[in-house]
Design a protein around this ligand. Structure first.
Ligand code: PLP
Length: 382
């Protein structure tokens, strides 16, 4: 049996008629730049994220960059973030000229540890970029409290967490900016690159919309130096169709996670062999979890000290896996100038050595999930 890490063809087949019609309508209109599809997408995604305003942009990476630009963060400034995330989180900080300052993660949730943030705040610190990794929100109440007491801007990197929630508040709605990605492998993926910044603040929304279009308002008058960070109308049209299905897909991912927990606990494997992802019980029970947390499982990530051999075994079995992420950012070559060494962020380094993402996509069948678990079991029990 073959079980891919993600099956976007299965998803496309289920909504092909609607997607094809939406794409054709954009072609018929020939309105490819901004226009009604982008405007509708901004309203819909902002509402979904419990935010007042949305600004469609060219990618999740550019969403982070434009949020930093909007706060005029640059050379001489410091921005606190996690070393255990996709590169773009820290890459966007460095691209403004500011310095990324790392804080270690919680080994269970893989998210930034709020209790470590204050030790890194200096008079140069301007902002915190919080990442809600794998679809589980970081401890926003604690992070917002620290940020407010030190007058720091909070940018939520919610690229993996659209629709994720904690105590009824959705990812992207609590910080000063929420950044989403429509990269095809995210829970709400487009047909190429795209992203969105959401905010509760009207002045910030206005500035973001100028910055994504060369700082221009009105036409050919430039009060700011922005760039071309626009969301493509074709991408917006695809997102407008897919957003209707996002809750169903997230529920299917949660049910897949619950099924994995059940199947794995029946194998007799112990935590010294593999560890399953932590997730809030209410998520498992109801799939809504408005009383506490809603994990949307962009990834289902297990841990094993024999990770690389386990991965090789699964590859041989035809099971797709991925390592998110093999090298923590403080040890990346391009950040050597930050002066870090192995051992600086032990939880991030151990996670990088031990984590493995298994297939969790909505269309995963019972038989496929059973096969994945049987293959993992066979690796340990011959
Ligand atoms: C995917 C991702 C991004 C970047 O999004 P793109 O749309 O690919 O530019 C940023 N941060 C995190 C945590 C991501 O997973």
């Amino acid at each position: 049996m073959n079980v891919p890490l993600l099956d976007l063809v299965a998803q496309y087949r289920s909504i092909k008629t609607e997607i094809d019609a939406a794409v054709r309508a954009v072609f018929e209109s020939q309105l490819f730049i901004l226009g009604p599809e982008v405007a509708a997408c901004e309203v819909a995604v902002a509402e979904y994220a419990q935010a007042a305003y949305g600004c469609g942009v060219s990618s999740g990476t550019d969403a982070l960059l434009i949020a930093l630009m909007s706060e005029e963060i640059g050379a001489g400034d410091e921005v606190i973030t996690t070393p255990y995330t996709f590169f773009a989180t820290a890459g966007s900080i460095a691209r403004t000229g500011a310095t990324p300052v790392f804080v270690d993660i919680d080994p269970e949730t893989y998210n930034l540890r709020p209790d470590q943030i204050e030790t890194k705040i200096t008079d140069k610190t301007k902002a915190i970029i919080v990442v809600h990794l794998y679809g589980l929100m970081a401890d926003m109440d604690a992070i917002m409290a620290i940020a407010r007491s030190h007058r720091l801007i909070v940018i939520e990197d919610a690229a993996q967490a659209i629709g994720s929630a904690c105590r009824g508040r959705r990812a992207g709605s609590m910080g000063d900016y929420g950044c989403f990605s429509f990269f095809p492998s995210k829970n709400l993926g487009g047909a190429g690159d795209g992203g969105m910044v959401v905010t509760q603040d009207e002045a910030r929304a206005k500035k973001l919309k100028m910055l994504r279009n060369h700082g221009m308002d009105p036409k050919y008058y430039h009060a700011l130096i922005g760039g071309n960070f626009r969301l493509d109308a074709l991408q917006a049209a695809v997102i407008n169709v897919k957003l209707k299905y996002l809750d169903d897909w997230s529920r299917a991912r949660q049910q897949n996670a619950v099924r994995y927990q059940r199947l794995f606990s029946a194998t007799g494997l112990v935590p010294e062999q593999i560890q399953l992802p932590w997730f809030p019980a209410s998520t498992a029970a109801t799939g809504t979890g408005s009383c506490s947390c809603r994990h949307i499982f962009n990834q289902y990530v297990i841990r094993s000290q024999a990770r690389d051999a386990l991965r090789a075994h699964l590859t041989k079995c035809g099971v797709g896996t991925e390592i998110y992420y093999p090298v923590p950012l403080h040890l990346q070559e391009c950040f050597a100038y930050c002066g870090h060494k192995p051992g600086d962020f032990p939880a991030a380094e151990t996670a990088a050595a031990e984590t493995l993402a298994l297939p969790i996509y909505p269309e995963l069948t019972d038989a496929q999930a059973e096969y994945v678990v049987a293959c993992v079991r066979d690796f340990y029990i011959h």
